[in-house]
Ligand binder design. Sequence first.
Ligand code: NCD
Length: 350
Amino acid sequence: MIPPSPASVPEASLPTADRSLFHIISPKQFSRPLLDELCELTTAARTLAKSRHGARALQMLLADKRAMLYFSQPSTRTFLSFNNACHILGIRTSEIRNASTSSEVKGETVEDSIRTFSSYVDVIIMRSWEQGLAERAAEHMNSIPRPVPIVNAGSGKDHHPTQALLDIYTLDRSFSDRGGIDGKTIGLMGDLLRGRTARSLAYLMKNYSDVRLVFIAPSGFEMQDDIKSHLDEHKVEWYDTDQLEEVLPDLDAVYVTRIQTEWDDPDSPVQVDYSKFQIGLEQVKSMRSDAAIMHPLPRGPELHPAVDADPRAMYWRQERNGMWMRVAALLKTFGVDDQFRSIYQDHNIG
Ligand code: NCD
């Protein structure tokens, strides 16, 4: 059983809403008003795109812009959803998906590479193996005459802010008839030590009131202290367990993640018995009938494909939500959200 929640702490001390975005680097940038606004923009954009007229209007919004997708670490969903989000808004895209085909192999610094991209495009969306690289790129941009926004599409083991945004959107929608995310108990399971999606999502939870986080991980793979202290500072209740069966019936959502074996030392791969950290039909039986089962994907053995047919499985929706949330994030980054709103109103929806 999950221990009872302490007396609720109202989130009256939320920072004054700064709802502008230029670079998107870290979950630290997101206040509750900004998260709520992004969710609202996401729904509005996908609604507008349903009509051919609306889709055309969206495509004109940023038709004068170009984006660089600079992904030196593998990606399927994040790459494709950003690529398609750009196209929805009329942004033309170019890409580097393999650093060995760029001048980095000739010894060009990341700073010089990024500055070069900025000569040709209006936004750089980047994923890298290196923690903090997107932040470094943004700092560099801030020091040059024609800075373009940097969007972090995953930085090492550190953070994946736009994944966390789409996860928030999915949770919010899953709980839309139950008061949203506030007051919910959310389990994060798997490789919490090296999984950037779980780290970023846990970080954002400080924006919601009375949320309880249950970190379900094998010994040695627990959520790191930087996130835990941040949650403590913001009075978000959390606790660690390795007993999935015990906590599962109490969870409003379980966020399943895979073991991030790509970070293992090839000479001594980590040996862990992961069999107790899997969701299959048996586990799903003990979950609440209105629970949400999430996964950033790709999955491994931790989430059985038989679960896909269960109405509580949200991960395929998560993928699609990701494209629309990235449309919303780009609207903010280019500061065309108000323009978007008037187009939306002109189309007489809602
Ligand atoms: C995640 C990532 O790259 O961090 N995937 C994604 O972006 N949807 C999760 C993972 O690889 O486990």
